[in-house]
Design a protein around this ligand. Structure first.
Ligand SMILES: NC(=O)c1ccc[n+]([C@@H]2O[C@H](COP(=O)([O-])OP(=O)(O)OC[C@H]3O[C@@H](n4cnc5c(N)ncnc54)[C@H](O)[C@@H]3O)[C@@H](O)[C@H]2O)c1
Length: 329
């Protein structure tokens, strides 16, 4: 099928495009380069520079190119920035997301997979977190994703949009050609690797949590496992598929948690050097444990994360970092 991937030049989008092209799909990558550095390898896909928020240009693009389905990875996704500048986040992620939904409706493209986030849950009452846990985001980023999910669910009910919204936990690792490059980088694994490679020492925020080693535990999923889940979720939006008769919400994680110290020591073991680090105060709003229940993705998509071990995630991210650094010299 022909699939348009918004945010296609970003981390998750570019790795997903690799998997979709490999599976034989025709792919259009749409990106306005707001946070992309232009270095993603999108071989096999066509890159269109533009914004998904622009209904006027999105409608003809979807219609004239007979796009069957959209994988919506494009977004603003920095938690701190979202709290400082909620206007940007609501304008882009919510108003812009609704413009995309309307363009899809106008063009008759009715298959959609949305990149959502565990941030929609806020601080959960239970972990592993099931999809029917209360949605109580504690930052503007999570609130914008919850809002877009809600709008899309109503489009699904009223206009027959076939929707799967996938809530990622922490995405990690690299594909064969693309890896994680956010600026600023707020994610743990790339910051551990940067510290190991002569960058700023890592700060462990809080070592007195109610966890076995005192540091917070998070669920990490390999970006290539995530790309597989996207492919399966897009298949589930096919006309007549009973799984998407109504909107579907689904966690994507590994179902396993690693503490900050486990990630640090795992990285030291994988790359064979010490990672310089120091200690800081707990950060507001950081719960001790966040782990996904992934039973719904398993049972409905037949998905199983097979690469989401610390060794594979850190090993692939390190290898990609080395490739990227060697290209610079
Ligand atoms: N990386 C994670 O751990 C993680 C976790 C949970 C959810 N997510 C979600 O996954 C998605 C992808 O995240 P990522 O880590 O690849 O981020 P990223 O910043 O690497 O990629 C996002 C891409 O979207 C593009 N973009 C932004 N606004 C756009 C617009 N208006 N029109 C077109 N393109 C636009 C950016 O230029 C960038 O290339 C986001 O929706 C994010 O909220 C990511």
């Amino acid at each position: 099928m022909r699939i348009l991937v918004t945010g296609g030049a970003g981390y998750v989008g570019s790795a997903s495009i690799e998997a979709l092209v490999e599976a034989g799909h025709e792919v259009i990558a749409l990106d306005n380069m707001a946070t992309a550095d232009g270095a993603s390898d999108l071989d096999g896909a066509e890159l269109v520079v533009g914004s998904y928020t622009d209904r006027e240009s999105m409608t003809p693009l979807l219609r004239d190119r007979s796009v069957d389905a959209v994988l919506h990875c494009g977004a603003r996704s920095l938690v701190g920035e979202s709290v400082q500048d909620p206007a940007l986040y609501f304008r882009e992620n919510v108003a812009g997301g609704i413009a995309l939904l309307e363009a899809m409706h106008d063009a008759g493209t009715n298959r959609l997979v949305i990149s959502s986030t565990a941030a929609v849950y806020g601080i959960p009452d239970e972990t592993p977190i099931p999809e029917d846990a209360p949605l109580r985001p504690i930052n503007a980023y999570g609130e914008t994703k919850r809002s877009l999910e809600a709008a899309a669910a109503w489009f699904s009910r009223a206009y027959g949009l076939r929707l799967v919204s996938v809530r990622y936990f922490n995405v990690a690792g690299a594909s064969g050609r693309n890896g994680e490059r956010h600026s600023p980088e707020t994610h743990l694994i790339p910051n551990v690797l940067a510290a190991a490679d002569g960058g700023a020492p890592l700060t462990l925020f809080g070592t007195d949590y109610e966890t076995p080693d005192g540091t917070p535990i998070r669920d990490y999923v390999h970006v290539v496992d995530l790309a597989d889940a996207h492919r399966l979720a897009l298949d589930a939006t096919a006309p007549g598929d009973s799984r998407t008769e109504s909107a579907l919400f689904m966690n994507l994680g590994s179902g396993v948690g690693y503490s900050v110290r486990q990630v640090l020591h795992g990285a030291e073991a994988v790359i064979g050097r010490k990672v310089p680090h120091g200690y800081g105060e707990r950060r507001a709003g950081d719960p001790p444990v966040l782990i996904a229940s992934i039973e719904r993705a398993r049972s409905l998509l037949g998905w199983e994360p097979t690469r989401s071990t610390l060794e594979e995630m850190i090993g692939s991210a390190w290898a990609e970092r080395q490739r990227r650094e060697s290209r610079k010299t």
